[in-house]
Design a binder for this molecule. Structure first.
Ligand code: LMR
Length: 323
C-alpha cells in the first residue's frame, strides 16, 4: 500500500497541533495505512516546527512513515493526497467569523494556487480556518485544474454540537442520536435541522418541543464557538481538530455515511446559489459526496437557511477580487 501524503497547515496552532497527532496516529486513515505528514507553518515559526516533528517521531506511531516541514506551500504541497487547511488567524471575543475574511482570504488564495501547482490532481482538501466556507470558495477558485468537488469546509463540528445538545436535553446517550443536518454557513446564521434525526429510534421533532428547536437549540449551536472563546479565552481547539479528523475519515472511508458537509453548491437540488460553499445533508464515502435530495426542513427553518445563503453571498462579494 502506498503511503498517504497529508498536509496540515497551521500545524503549530491549537487546532493544527492536535490534528497532526490524530492523523499521525492512524485515527483518520486507519491503523494499516502509512502516513507522510507535510506540516506547513509561517516562516516565523520555522524552528518550532522541528520541535513538533521531534514529538511526532517520539510517539513511535507505526503509521507515521515520515514528516516533512516547511513554510512554502508550493514545496510542501508537492504530490499530496489530502490537506487540512487549518492555518488562519482565529477570531477573538466579540468577533464574527466573517470579520476574519480580509486577513485570512489572501492565505487561501495562495494555498489554492499552490495546491493547483503541486498537489496530486486527486487531492481532497478540508478547509477549517475561518470563515471556512468562503475561504474554501477562494481556495477552490484558485485551484483551476482541480475539481471543486474535491474541496470541503467543516460544518461537522456544528453537527457534533447539535447531537451532544439533543442527547443532553432528552437524557439519552449521544450514540443514540443520529445525524443532524447543518444548513448554510459555519457562522451564527447556520441552521441546525433535526427533522430527520432519530433519538433512540424516535423522531427528534416528536421528542423535543418546536419552540426549543426553533430557539434554544439554534442559539446553542450557532453561539457555541463564541461561548467557548468567551469562557476559554481562545477558540475551540481539540473539538475542532476531532471534528476535522472525523469528517476526513468519513469522506475517505470506503463505507458510505451521512453527515453535514459544506460543499461546492453547483448542481444542488435546493436552489442555493451554485457558486457558494454551503452546508448540506450529504452522503459521503470513497473521497466523494452527494447531496441528499429530499430533506428540506420546515418552512420556518428554510427561511433561516435563505438568510445564511444571503450571508454567504455578502461574504463572496467582499472577496470577489480573490476569486
Ligand atoms: C468554532 O466553531 O469553535 C470554530 O469555528 C472557532 C470559532 O471561531 O468559533
Amino acid at each position: 500500500m502506498e503511503p498517504i501524503h497529508c498536509a496540515i497547515t497551521g500545524s503549530l496552532g491549537n487546532v493544527g497541533y492536535y490534528a497532526a497527532f490524530l492523523v499521525a496516529s492512524g485515527a483518520v486513515f486507519g491503523e494499516k495505512q502509512k502516513i507522510i505528514l507535510h506540516l506547513l507553518e509561517v516562516p516565523e515559526l520555522k524552528n518550532s516546527l522541528s520541535g513538533l516533528e521531534m514529538e511526532l517521531m517520539d510517539c513511535a506511531y507505526p503509521t507515521l512513515q515520515d514528516v516533512k516541514t516547511g513554510c512554502d506551500p508550493v514545496e510542501l504541497f508537492r504530490d499530496i493526497d489530502c490537506a487540512f487547511l487549518i492555518g488562519a488567524k482565529p477570531r477573538g471575543p466579540g468577533m464574527e467569523r466573517k470579520d476574519l475574511l480580509v486577513s485570512n482570504g489572501a492565505i487561501f488564495k495562495e494555498q489554492g494556487r499552490a495546491l493547483d501547482v503541486s498537489a496530486k490532481k486527486s487531492v481532497r482538501v478540508l478547509v477549517v480556518g475561518n470563515p471556512c466556507n468562503t475561504n474554501c470558495l477562494i481556495a477552490l477558485h484558485n485551484a483551476k485544474t482541480i475539481s471543486p468537488s474535491q474541496f470541503f469546509a467543516l460544518t461537522y463540528l456544528d453537527e457534533m454540537r447539535s447531537r451532544a445538545y439533543l442527547a443532553k436535553q432528552t437524557k439519552n446517550f449521544v450514540e443514540n442520536v443520529s445525524s443532524v443536518t447543518i444548513w448554510g454557513n459555519h457562522s451564527s446564521t447556520l441552521v441546525a435541522d433535526p427533522s430527520e434525526t432519530l433519538i433512540a429510534g424516535k423522531n427528534a421533532t416528536a421528542l423535543c418541543n418546536k419552540e426549543m428547536i426553533l430557539k434554544e437549540f439554534q442559539t446553542h449551536v450557532r453561539q457555541r464557538g463564541a461561548e467557548i472563546i468567551k469562557i476559554r479565552g481562545k477558540s475551540s481547539a481539540a473539538s475542532a481538530a476531532i471534528a476535522a479528523s472525523y469528517a476526513m475519515k468519513h469522506i475517505m472511508s470506503e463505507e458510505k455515511s451521512k453527515m453535514s458537509l459544506s460543499v461546492y453548491a453547483k448542481g444542488n437540488q435546493y436552489g442555493i446559489d451554485p457558486d457558494l460553499v454551503f452546508s448540506f445533508p450529504c452522503t459521503v464515502g470513497g473521497g466523494s459526496w452527494t447531496i441528499e435530495p429530499s430533506e428540506k426542513p420546515s418552512e420556518e427553518l428554510w427561511k433561516e437557511v435563505l438568510i445564511s445563503e444571503k450571508e454567504l453571498l455578502a461574504e463572496r462579494e467582499m472577496i470577489k477580487h480573490l476569486l
